[in-house]
Design a protein around this ligand. Structure first.
Ligand code: SF4
Ligand code: SF4
Length: 142
Protein backbone atom coordinates (compact mmCIF):
# COMPACT_ATOMS: atom_id res chain seq x y z
CA UNK A 1 0.00 0.00 0.00
CA UNK A 2 3.02 2.25 0.46
CA UNK A 3 3.64 5.24 2.66
CA UNK A 4 1.17 8.12 2.87
CA UNK A 5 1.98 11.04 0.57
CA UNK A 6 2.82 14.56 1.76
CA UNK A 7 0.60 16.53 1.83
CA UNK A 8 -2.15 14.00 2.36
CA UNK A 9 -5.34 14.74 0.42
CA UNK A 10 -8.41 14.42 2.66
CA UNK A 11 -11.94 15.25 1.60
CA UNK A 12 -13.52 17.40 4.27
CA UNK A 13 -16.21 15.07 5.57
CA UNK A 14 -13.66 12.30 5.94
CA UNK A 15 -12.19 14.23 8.86
CA UNK A 16 -15.36 13.30 10.73
CA UNK A 17 -15.38 9.73 9.45
CA UNK A 18 -11.81 9.33 10.72
CA UNK A 19 -12.89 10.40 14.20
CA UNK A 20 -15.46 7.62 14.26
CA UNK A 21 -13.40 4.92 12.59
CA UNK A 22 -13.56 1.63 14.49
CA UNK A 23 -12.54 -0.83 11.83
CA UNK A 24 -15.75 -0.87 9.80
CA UNK A 25 -15.75 -0.15 6.08
CA UNK A 26 -16.46 -1.22 2.54
CA UNK A 27 -13.59 -3.68 1.91
CA UNK A 28 -10.45 -5.00 3.63
CA UNK A 29 -8.31 -2.60 1.60
CA UNK A 30 -10.55 0.32 2.55
CA UNK A 31 -10.39 -0.59 6.24
CA UNK A 32 -6.61 -0.95 6.15
CA UNK A 33 -6.13 2.41 4.44
CA UNK A 34 -8.61 4.25 6.65
CA UNK A 35 -7.00 2.82 9.77
CA UNK A 36 -3.57 3.86 8.56
CA UNK A 37 -4.70 7.42 7.81
CA UNK A 38 -6.58 7.73 11.12
CA UNK A 39 -3.57 6.55 13.08
CA UNK A 40 -1.14 8.85 11.30
CA UNK A 41 -3.28 11.96 11.63
CA UNK A 42 -3.88 11.35 15.31
CA UNK A 43 -0.28 10.53 16.22
CA UNK A 44 1.53 13.06 14.04
CA UNK A 45 0.24 16.59 14.62
CA UNK A 46 2.64 18.06 12.06
CA UNK A 47 1.48 15.80 9.22
CA UNK A 48 0.52 18.17 6.35
CA UNK A 49 -2.86 17.70 4.71
CA UNK A 50 -4.84 19.33 1.91
CA UNK A 51 -8.60 19.57 2.48
CA UNK A 52 -10.67 18.73 -0.60
CA UNK A 53 -14.26 18.31 -1.76
CA UNK A 54 -13.44 15.43 -4.10
CA UNK A 55 -12.02 11.91 -4.04
CA UNK A 56 -9.08 11.57 -1.67
CA UNK A 57 -6.54 9.12 -0.28
CA UNK A 58 -9.32 7.09 1.35
CA UNK A 59 -11.58 7.02 -1.72
CA UNK A 60 -8.65 5.59 -3.70
CA UNK A 61 -9.03 2.37 -1.68
CA UNK A 62 -12.85 2.30 -1.81
CA UNK A 63 -14.76 -0.12 -4.05
CA UNK A 64 -17.39 2.58 -4.66
CA UNK A 65 -14.86 4.86 -6.34
CA UNK A 66 -15.24 4.74 -10.11
CA UNK A 67 -12.99 7.07 -12.10
CA UNK A 68 -12.50 9.27 -9.03
CA UNK A 69 -16.23 9.72 -8.49
CA UNK A 70 -18.27 8.30 -5.61
CA UNK A 71 -20.68 5.81 -7.22
CA UNK A 72 -22.00 4.16 -4.06
CA UNK A 73 -25.50 5.17 -5.19
CA UNK A 74 -26.69 7.12 -8.21
CA UNK A 75 -26.69 10.42 -6.31
CA UNK A 76 -23.69 9.75 -4.05
CA UNK A 77 -21.19 11.95 -5.88
CA UNK A 78 -23.43 14.99 -5.46
CA UNK A 79 -24.31 14.15 -1.87
CA UNK A 80 -20.79 13.51 -0.60
CA UNK A 81 -19.50 16.64 -2.31
CA UNK A 82 -22.27 18.66 -0.66
CA UNK A 83 -21.30 17.07 2.66
CA UNK A 84 -17.67 18.08 2.12
CA UNK A 85 -18.63 21.66 1.28
CA UNK A 86 -20.83 21.89 4.36
CA UNK A 87 -18.00 20.70 6.59
CA UNK A 88 -15.69 23.24 4.96
CA UNK A 89 -18.25 26.00 5.49
CA UNK A 90 -18.70 25.17 9.16
CA UNK A 91 -14.92 25.00 9.63
CA UNK A 92 -14.49 28.34 7.86
CA UNK A 93 -12.08 26.84 5.31
CA UNK A 94 -11.86 26.74 1.53
CA UNK A 95 -11.26 23.81 -0.77
CA UNK A 96 -7.54 23.29 -1.21
CA UNK A 97 -6.57 24.61 2.20
CA UNK A 98 -3.23 23.21 3.34
CA UNK A 99 -3.01 22.69 7.07
CA UNK A 100 -1.36 20.44 9.64
CA UNK A 101 -3.20 17.56 11.24
CA UNK A 102 -2.94 19.13 14.70
CA UNK A 103 -4.34 22.44 13.51
CA UNK A 104 -7.27 20.88 11.70
CA UNK A 105 -8.21 18.75 14.73
CA UNK A 106 -8.15 21.84 16.92
CA UNK A 107 -10.43 23.63 14.47
CA UNK A 108 -12.79 20.65 14.25
CA UNK A 109 -12.97 20.55 18.05
CA UNK A 110 -13.63 24.30 18.29
CA UNK A 111 -16.21 24.59 15.52
CA UNK A 112 -18.14 21.33 15.29
CA UNK A 113 -20.44 19.51 17.69
CA UNK A 114 -22.13 16.10 17.60
CA UNK A 115 -25.27 17.95 16.48
CA UNK A 116 -23.37 19.21 13.43
CA UNK A 117 -22.58 15.62 12.51
CA UNK A 118 -26.26 14.66 12.73
CA UNK A 119 -27.13 17.57 10.43
CA UNK A 120 -24.30 17.08 7.98
CA UNK A 121 -24.40 13.30 7.71
CA UNK A 122 -28.09 12.62 7.04
CA UNK A 123 -28.38 9.50 4.89
CA UNK A 124 -25.10 7.91 5.97
CA UNK A 125 -25.51 4.28 6.97
CA UNK A 126 -23.01 4.68 9.82
CA UNK A 127 -24.61 7.74 11.43
CA UNK A 128 -26.92 5.88 13.82
CA UNK A 129 -24.03 3.95 15.35
CA UNK A 130 -22.97 7.22 16.95
CA UNK A 131 -19.27 6.45 16.59
CA UNK A 132 -18.46 9.68 14.77
CA UNK A 133 -20.18 11.90 17.34
CA UNK A 134 -18.42 9.98 20.11
CA UNK A 135 -15.12 10.41 18.31
CA UNK A 136 -15.67 14.15 18.10
CA UNK A 137 -16.61 14.36 21.78
CA UNK A 138 -13.48 12.44 22.74
CA UNK A 139 -11.15 14.31 20.40
CA UNK A 140 -8.05 15.46 22.22
CA UNK A 141 -6.10 18.31 20.72
CA UNK A 142 -2.67 19.64 21.60
S1 SF4 B 1 -21.88 9.61 9.92
FE1 SF4 B 1 -21.04 8.72 8.03
S2 SF4 B 1 -20.39 10.42 6.71
FE2 SF4 B 1 -20.74 11.22 8.78
S3 SF4 B 1 -18.75 11.17 9.73
FE3 SF4 B 1 -19.74 9.25 10.26
S4 SF4 B 1 -19.14 7.74 8.70
FE4 SF4 B 1 -18.63 9.79 7.95
S1 SF4 C 1 -15.79 6.70 -2.86
FE1 SF4 C 1 -17.61 7.45 -1.80
S2 SF4 C 1 -18.18 5.83 -0.33
FE2 SF4 C 1 -16.06 5.50 -0.99
S3 SF4 C 1 -14.80 6.55 0.56
FE3 SF4 C 1 -15.09 7.96 -1.15
S4 SF4 C 1 -16.87 9.19 -0.56
FE4 SF4 C 1 -16.87 7.35 0.73
Amino acid sequence: MGELAYPLEIRAHHLLCLLGFRGLGYSPEFVEKTGKVAKELHLNSTFPITILAECDVICISCPHNKDNKCRKKADSELKVKARDLEVLRRLGLETGTQISAGTIWTRVKERLTPEDIVEICQGCEWLELGYCAEGLEGLETS
